[in-house]
Design a protein around this ligand. Structure first.
Ligand code: KG4
Ligand code: ZN
Length: 395
């Protein structure tokens, strides 16, 4: 019936559970997928609060597991008390989270072990309190159901979501990658250039020295009075401005665009934006007009994306890259994709982008990374007690 993996993602503000089934070595089917976003909750505060994120993950993770298993026809109700030893295992795993332990004990007492071959979960990078909810749940599943747990780096998940192509319905085939590849990972927490010698073999060659590009989009959005997460909203205003054909009155800096490394910096653009707005509104004594907001959004997007593209294409040339992969929430940005399409066409290399709905955080990406490990035989299932959440994990 194929190899089945249940995957868990809780690194930031999305709780995701996915069931992937692989019938052949080059294909995968999304048999179940459940996602709960905390965006509305965090929008009120303008950002993600770790303690609140943790509580939300704890409330959502088992209802989402039930939903995903049910979609995959793997959910079987069966009342059976856990033994005292099993309950103690769960409490030991969830040391600092008695609420989660109680939910898990209740879950295992209500449903039969599903027909799953592996558990996979994000272990980092991300918000540690949030990550622990997924890690503790994954360890409990692995212990009570007695199946292996594959720990996954969230950034690898963002890379592999671009190497699948849809065939029919929920079925995908893995793309044959021309190597070496380069991944530009752009999200709310990360801006990185990663050399991909092969799937599973990565070397980070550059990263942001301050804000992540998604974070910069979110901060600019706030200055323009747009709600969190502001990336898509800033991008929409920028697009409207470009379509209007108006001459751009504002030019923002392109920090580090010509430095001889592959690092980035976005805090300078943000500061320049702050000063530009202050001057324009006479020390903030008046509101920005809608026209000014669109022009500023466009000036920001132009600056941020030009820096991303210049550095990425320099790495492409210097490392003889055959395939460029983009991943992370900002990979959903239309202007970035348009500009990268032009640049990669000119360079004669392949550009792989994730489907829009897979660009932001989800559990499919974690299941895909685990599936590729199993299918390649290069599988990593460490002793459960050694698996830990690590907020600063790198590739
Ligand atoms: O990968 P992701 O879902 O979460 C993290 O791991 O951070 O990325 C979320 C980030 C947010 O900062 C959001 O504003 C940004 O991605 N984002 C965008 C777009 N869609 C999402 N930024 C620019 N343009 C977009 N279309
Ligand atoms: Zn992410």
């Amino acid at each position: 019936m194929g190899m089945k993996i249940l995957s868990i993602e809780t690194s930031c503000d999305e709780t995701g559970i996915c069931i992937l089934t692989s019938h052949t070595p080059d294909s995968v089917e999304i048999s179940g997928n459940a996602l709960a976003s905390q965006i509305d909750l965090h929008a009120q505060y303008g950002g993600v609060f770790p303690a609140m994120a943790k509580r939300e993950h704890t409330e959502k993770i088992l209802p989402l597991t039930i939903e995903a298993l049910s979609q995959a026809n793997l959910l079987v109700q069966e009342k059976s008390e856990l033994s005292e030893i099993q309950k103690q295992h769960i409490r030991d795993i969830c040391t600092r989270d008695t609420v989660l332990a109680d939910y898990l004990i209740d879950f295992f007492s209500s449903y039969k072990k599903p027909d799953i071959d592996y558990i996979a979960c994000t272990v980092g990078p991300g918000l540690e309190p949030a990550l622990w909810v997924g890690v503790n749940t994954a360890k409990s599943f692995a212990t009570i159901w007695n199946i292996p747990l594959i720990p996954i780096n969230h950034m690898e998940g963002h890379i592999v979501t671009a190497v699948i192509q849809k065939t029919t319905g929920e079925n995908f085939i893995f793309t044959n990658l021309a190597l070496p590849a380069l991944a530009l990972l752009v999200s709310g927490g990360h801006t990185e250039l990663v050399l991909v010698e092969n799937i599973g073999h990565y070397t980070k060659i550059g990263q942001t020295r301050d804000d992540a590009v998604g974070e910069a989009f979110d901060k600019i959005a706030r200055m323009l009075g747009l709600a969190y997460p502001g990336g898509p909203k800033v991008s929409k205003l920028a697009k409207e401005f470009r379509a209007s054909g108006t001459t751009q009155p504002f030019i923002l800096p392109r920090p580090m665009m010509h430095t001889q490394d592959y690092d980035f910096s976005f805090s300078g653009i943000k500061t320049a934006m702050l000063y530009t707005i202050r001057d324009l509104t006479e020390q903030n004594t008046r509101e920005l007009t809608d026209e000014e907001k669109s022009a500023l959004a466009c000036a920001f997007e132009d600056a941020a994306i030009e820096v991303l593209i210049k550095k990425t294409m320099r790495a492409v040339a210097e490392h003889h890259i055959q395939t460029l992969i983009i991943g992370g929430g900002v990979a959903g940005n239309t202007y970035l994709k348009e500009q990268l399409t032009l640049a990669t066409n000119k360079a004669g290399i392949t550009l792989l982008t994730p489907e829009q709905w897979l660009a932001t955080d989800n559990a499919v990406m974690i299941g895909l990374a685990a599936t590729l490990q199993v299918l390649s035989g290069n599988i990593h299932t460490p002793e459960l007690s050694t698996i830990r959440a690590d907020g600063n994990m790198t590739l």
